[in-house]
Write a protein that binds this ligand. Structure first.
Ligand SMILES: *Cc1c(COP(=O)(O)O)cnc(C)c1O
Length: 481
């Protein structure tokens, strides 16, 4: 692939400024000589059109949710309304200095406070922090609060285990471990939900809590969740609800009403911030009363008609992010909730579940469904009984030739040759039907011409990559050979 350096030709220039920009009577400031470099950096010398065309070409080799369906399970790659981007970019939101005093940012603090109130209402929670910058960051924040709770109530050495179903999201055990807990796995039953007998055996005096991904990574709602909560609470543990995929039940179920003590929200996924590309995202965490004292500082509070940061929280776990947290994301979430209203939010989950079930029913004519029955926002197929030697990875690579970003593959680990599909609520029936056509075509090819799949992709800028090498020995910057 050609880099911008390959186009470089000595003497070419992309800008045209006058030689001496300062007039005699308006001299430029002289810089101290130690601020100068000894050597000029080696920059590509290209004309402006060459530069623009180079990067425009590169951008066209990319694929994003604005190009087409992006059915990446567990990741909610959906269309997010552009007006919310517009609002967040407005000077009055984006232009404030992060250290500006509360007096000059009353409007921003009010927005943050109200967003917190909405999220508490949506999650059925009593307190909230808007600080965490991602879902996993929210999990860690929640785990630290659980630690602090037990440290103050039972003594920490005693309760050091977090229970995790084998269908939980990959970040869950990682967050528990980073917070200093031992992660203990619980197997799922045949229906793909928590096995209550196993859970009863697993809980004890060392149980700090349970982390439940809901719906779990099989796209299934934990139907026994209130019993799960009872069992864990009785043993003295707390219940953490991973609400990253809230679009599966938004406006219909509130974690706080079904026994959950903590939940995080992924504003990037559910509330109008694009997911992926490295952020910024936001993972606010809601808690029930008994955990409110441990929330990170500062919280945003309302006193009479004034909004302020509250740092005076002696039992807080401390700070988890700089400044007020990811404010631009809060603006988008706030505008999205305002724009949709109660019914609009309910429709989000209605459409997410309808789309997923529609797609599942269509695809199961050609692909094995890992778990039958109604799914929520996503479902898992298995590529284990396709044509000869055809694997899930081949289907995923072939989808690239059809112009699609593939679904999540080989996750969750409990399904062999897993293919995890999340269409999201923003796809139309037409776009789902087109995707079904492509998947059917690929199933046919798997039977008739497996080599076509083994060699895929062939219509993309690069062919099949050595993914093991890419993961183990990533080359993250370009170097001259
Ligand atoms: C995406 C996701 C997370 C992690 O969120 P990040 O913002 O990527 O850290 C956690 N749990 C579930 C169920 C998720 O889908």
């Amino acid at each position: 692939m050609e880099t911008i350096y390959d186009k470089s030709e000595a003497g070419k220039q992309g800008t045209a400024y006058p030689e001496n920009r300062f007039s005699e009577d308006e001299p430029g400031e002289e810089l101290d000589s130690d601020l100068f470099r000894n050597e000029d950096p080696e920059l590509p010398e290209v004309s402006q059109p060459e530069l623009i065309r180079h990067y425009t070409k590169l951008s066209k080799k990319n694929y994003g949710v604005d190009d087409g369906l992006y059915p990446l399970g567990s990741c909610t790659m959906k269309h997010n309304p552009k007006p919310m981007e517009d609002i967040a970019a407005k000077e009055r939101f984006s232009g404030h200095h992060p250290l500006a005093s509360a007096d000059v940012v009353q409007g921003n603090l009010k927005l943050a406070y109200q967003l917190g109130e909405y999220l508490k209402d949506i999650g059925g929670m009593d307190g909230i922090t808007l600080q965490p910058a991602a879902g996993a960051h929210g999990e860690l924040t929640g785990m630290l609060m659980i630690r602090k709770y037990h440290a103050e109530n039972d003594g920490l050495d005693q309760r050091n285990k977090i229970l995790l179903p084998d269908s939980s999201h990959g970040t869950n055990p990682a967050s528990a471990a980073v917070a200093g807990f031992d992660a203990v796995e619980i197997e799922s039953n045949e229906e793909g939900t928590v096995d209550l007998d196993q859970l009863r055996q697993a809980v004890g005096e060392d149980t700090a809590g349970i982390m439940l991904t809901v719906p779990n990574t099989l796209g299934i709602f934990e139907k026994d969740i209130t019993e799960v909560a009872e069992i864990v609470h009785e043993a003295g543990g707390l219940c953490y609800f991973d609400g990253a995929n809230l679009n599966a039940f938004l406006g219909r179920v509130r974690p706080g009403d079904i026994g959950m003590d903590i939940t995080h929200f992924n504003l990037h996924k559910t509330f109008s911030t694009p997911h992926g590309g490295g952020g910024p995202g936001a993972g606010p965490v809601g808690v029930k009363d008994r955990l409110v004292p441990y929330l990170p500082v500062p919280t945003v509070e309302k006193n009479d008609e004034r909004y302020e940061f509250d740092y005076d929280r002696p039992e807080s776990i401390g700070k988890v992010n700089s400044f007020p947290g990811p404010f631009g994301v809060m603006v988008k979430a706030y505008s999205y909730i305002k724009a949709l209203g109660d019914q609009g939010l309910r429709d989000v989950s209605g459409n997410a579940v309808l789309n997923a079930n529609y797609l599942k029913e269509k695809l199961k004519e050609d692909y094995r469904v890992a778990y039958e029955g109604l799914c929520k926002h996503e479902f898992v197929l298995s590529g284990s009984d396709l044509g000869e030697d055809v694997k899930t990875v081949d289907v995923a690579k072939r989808l690239l030739d059809y112009g699609y970003h593939p679904p999540t593959v080989y996750f969750p680990l409990i399904v062999k040759e897993a293919l995890m599909v999340e269409p999201t609520e923003t796809e139309s029936k037409e776009s789902l039907d087109e995707f079904v056509e492509a998947m059917k075509e690929i199933a046919r090819e798997a039977e008739e011409d497996p080599d076509l799949l083994h060699q895929a992709p062939s219509d993309t800028p690069v062919g099949r990559l050595d993914e093991t090498q890419a993961a183990r020995e990533p080359v993250l910057r370009w170097e001259e050979e």
